[in-house]
Design a binder for this molecule. Structure first.
Ligand code: MN
Length: 437
């Protein structure tokens, strides 16, 4: 007998990957852990019989010849598979997209064969194999696979999404995946107790700055089971607009930490690995026994991991252009044009000593209509309203200023003195290459 299974607290990617495995391995039975996320539970309560699925307590361990593990590579995350962990004659296949431990996910399941790639959703790897085999899927199978794919990639929008995920989505849509059904399970309506948790978080959030990133912390005491906490944390991070948010949900003897990050430099999976958890760059979780760390200890460990994390935030000082080229306000326009041409720049600061009086850009030269205007001083043509930034600001802050005021040049000011200038090109170079020049 061949079985496919996935991690406890099963999400849609886990469920979809198990179902995909039952289709890829003839005769394979899917084993769904008893504890699943609430939207998976809702889905199963109406769709269970449509798939070849059983519960962990229905597995005859002695009869299992092959185990297919999807969306994890750790024994402890599987539900009631301890008997199989001890077996030496078992054939094990792994399909996973968690790459946090270097080549693999760093788990302890030793597979004879594995397919591990850092794609947005595990199910995309199984779908690629279906595509290679030219399999035709039923609309029902395509739909559940697409839900898993969309949930883990945020409808193909998370930064972890790859072209492989998009190709998988195209194939599932070709196979008539139903977006109405998908939409229903992907956006479960918020229930009363989820709103309570959200309001509880809003009452008090600790905000810290660590290595230039704003980090939010919350500790919530959970008195009863609340489903879909991860979605609430995700939404709340966006509401309070922090770079990363960590919420500790404390119960009697154990705490669950859910983390979400909106920036490249904070890998939540790596941070939470420090306290025995895991996950992706943008999303992760950890469960910690109170006997090992209390909520204050968890907060401290997460802060320590964040402080030790990578190179820190890119600042405007890293991407700005300098030295600043400037002209006095009385400079004739003819000369302004010559300076721009000579220095190959499209914007020039107009300065009186250290004081910025205005900015003149190539575009403004079009305002010169008559020949004699080329002798007029730059102060007659420059923009007098100048928006400035600081060397410690982030590229995102600068981009917001540029968008808000529709300006392309921001002098960088420190101690009342301009020390550089940041342009749209600098910002675009940063976002698209992520390599400051
Ligand atoms: Mn996954």
């Amino acid at each position: 007998m061949e079985i496919a299974t996935t991690h406890k607290n099963t999400d849609f990617d886990g469920l979809a990957s198990v179902i995909a495995a039952t289709l890829l391995y003839p005769g394979c039975v899917g084993v769904i852990p008893k504890m699943t996320n609430s939207n998976v539970e809702q889905f199963l309560s109406t769709h269970k019989t449509a798939f070849n699925l059983i519960l962990p307590n229905e597995v005859e361990h002695e009869a299992v010849s092959r185990l297919i593990v999807v969306d994890t590579d750790q024994w402890q995350r599987l539900d009631r598979m301890e008997k199989l962990a001890a077996r030496t004659d078992l054939q094990i296949d792994i399909w996973d997209h968690h790459m946090s431990g270097g080549m693999g996910g760093g788990g302890d399941i030793e597979a004879g064969w594995s397919c591990r790639e850092g794609v947005g959703a595990t199910v995309s790897l199984l779908v690629r194999e279906m595509r290679r085999r030219g399999m035709v899927l039923s609309p029902l199978d395509s739909t559940v696979l697409l839900i898993g794919l969309y949930e883990d990639t945020g409808h193909l929008s998370y930064p972890s999404t790859t072209a492989e995920d998009a190709r998988a989505a195209a194939y599932l849509l070709d196979n008539r995946a139903d977006l109405n059904v998908a939409g229903f399970f992907l956006n479960p309506p918020y229930e009363e107790n989820q709103k309570e948790v959200l309001f509880e978080m809003m009452k008090e959030t600790e905000k810290l700055v660590i290595k230039g990133f704003t980090i939010g912390f919350n500790t919530i005491c959970l008195k009863k089971k609340v489903g879909n906490l991860a979605a609430i944390v995700s939404m709340y991070r966006k509401i309070i607009n922090v770079d990363a948010l960590f919420v500790i949900f404390s119960a009697d003897d154990r705490h669950t930490v859910i983390g979400r990050s909106g920036v490249d430099n904070i890998h939540v999976g790596h941070i939470l690995a420090e306290i025995g958890g895991g996950g992706h760059a943008g999303a992760g979780s950890a469960t910690v026994k109170n006997a090992i760390l209390d909520t204050a200890g968890i907060r401290e460990a997460v802060c320590r991991a964040l402080a030790a994390n990578g190179s820190g935030k890119i600042r405007i000082a890293d991407i700005m252009s300098f030295p600043v080229i400037s002209v006095p306000p009385e400079t004739p326009m003819r000369e302004v044009q010559a300076v721009m041409a000579r220095e190959k720049i499209r914007g020039l600061m107009v300065q009186e000593g250290d004081t910025i009086c205005g900015i003149i850009v190539l575009w403004d030269l079009k305002k010169v209509k008559k020949e004699n205007q080329w002798h007029s001083p730059v102060k007659a043509f420059m923009a007098r309203k100048v928006f400035t930034t600081t060397p410690d600001a982030s590229p995102t802050d600068a981009a917001h200023l540029m968008i808000e005021h529709d300006v392309g040049y921001l002098p960088v000011v420190q101690g009342g003195k301009p020390i550089g200038i940041v342009t749209r090109t600098d910002i675009l170079t940063y976002y698209y290459d992520l390599l400051p020049e």
